[in-house]
Design a protein around this ligand. Structure first.
Ligand code: OAD
Length: 244
């Protein structure tokens, strides 16, 4: 990776409050398919809009459960990559740091990040729709197991299309975006709201916004720094240059 644009490393080093928003792109180098990358994306095999919805689960709980079991298998075989590790390093180095992820793969926590806001839930957990109780899913089953308390079929503990995000998480994410002085947007196409609004909330409050993505996104023209590159290749030298 050639030298970083002037001012970027200093801005990261001097930042008091840092927020990183991540999307599927940061897990791509761990072998977890993104949503919209045509060649390897989840959309290429299935249309998540047909499966990741309350209606689909209502209509065919076994199909939806099997799709999530397949995705859980992918995620369980995946390991955090250098991009995840660099953000865990940044959490230790920055005075105040929040990690907000749209990913449901749990790889940030596995890499050692602690202050993680999971906006879209976590595929490794299941939840009882009646009671909200969450449990680790039963791997062997091909059908949603019954809630141990009330017997209702469990569902994946993730946000489905058309569902509201967990209020506490979106509030925490928005509060962090509005009070940070440096906001990193890593590996997200920036198409899905309300997560996609977060960098603009940071901009409105005068934060420096840094985007890391091999491709341009709607945010690219607004970010103070828009780096064309892979998370696993850009984040380690950037965090190293600022705090190494
Ligand atoms: P997308 O699949 O929409 O976008 C992935 C982004 O990562 C793209 O912009 C790629 O260019 C970029 N990318 C690919 N490889 C990368 C790499 N190695 N390093 C950095 N960036 C890379 O995934 P998201 O933006 O996360 O919502 O999608 C947001 C939400 O849309 C998901 O959370 C999901 C989906 O609907 C729900 O499931 C509710």
């Amino acid at each position: 990776m050639p030298g970083f644009p002037p001012g970027l490393v200093g801005a990261l080093r001097e930042a008091r409050r840092v927020v990183a928003l991540t999307g599927a792109g940061i897990s791509a180098e761990s072998g977890v398919p993104t949503f919209r990358d045509a060649q390897a994306g989840l959309w290429a095999r299935y249309d998540p809009r047909e499966l990741a919805t309350p209606e689909a689960f209502e209509h065919d709980p076994e199909l939806v459960w099997k799709w999530y079991a397949w995705r859980r298998g992918l995620v369980e075989r995946a390991r955090p990559n250098a991009g995840h590790a660099a953000l865990a390093e940044l959490e230790r180095a920055a005075p105040v740091f929040s990690l907000v992820t749209q990913n449901v793969d749990g790889l940030h926590r596995e890499a050692g990040s602690e202050n993680v806001v999971e906006l879209h839930g976590n595929i490794r957990r299941s939840r009882c729709p009646a009671e909200g109780l969450t449990v680790e899913p039963d791997e062997a089953g091909h059908a949603p197991p019954p809630c141990p308390n009330c017997g209702s079929p469990l569902r994946p503990d993730v946000v489905w299309f058309g569902e509201a995000l967990p209020a506490a998480e979106i509030e925490a994410a928005s509060g962090a975006a509005r009070s940070c002085d440096l906001f990193l947007s890593v590996g997200t196409s920036g198409l899905v709201y309300p997560a996609a609004a977060l960098p603009y909330e940071a901009l409105e409050n005068g934060a420096t916004v840094v985007e890391i993505n091999p491709e341009r996104t709607p945010l690219s023209a607004h970010a103070g720094f828009s780096l064309r590159g892979k998370a696993g290749e850009v984040l380690p030298p950037l965090v190293g240059a600022a705090f190494g």
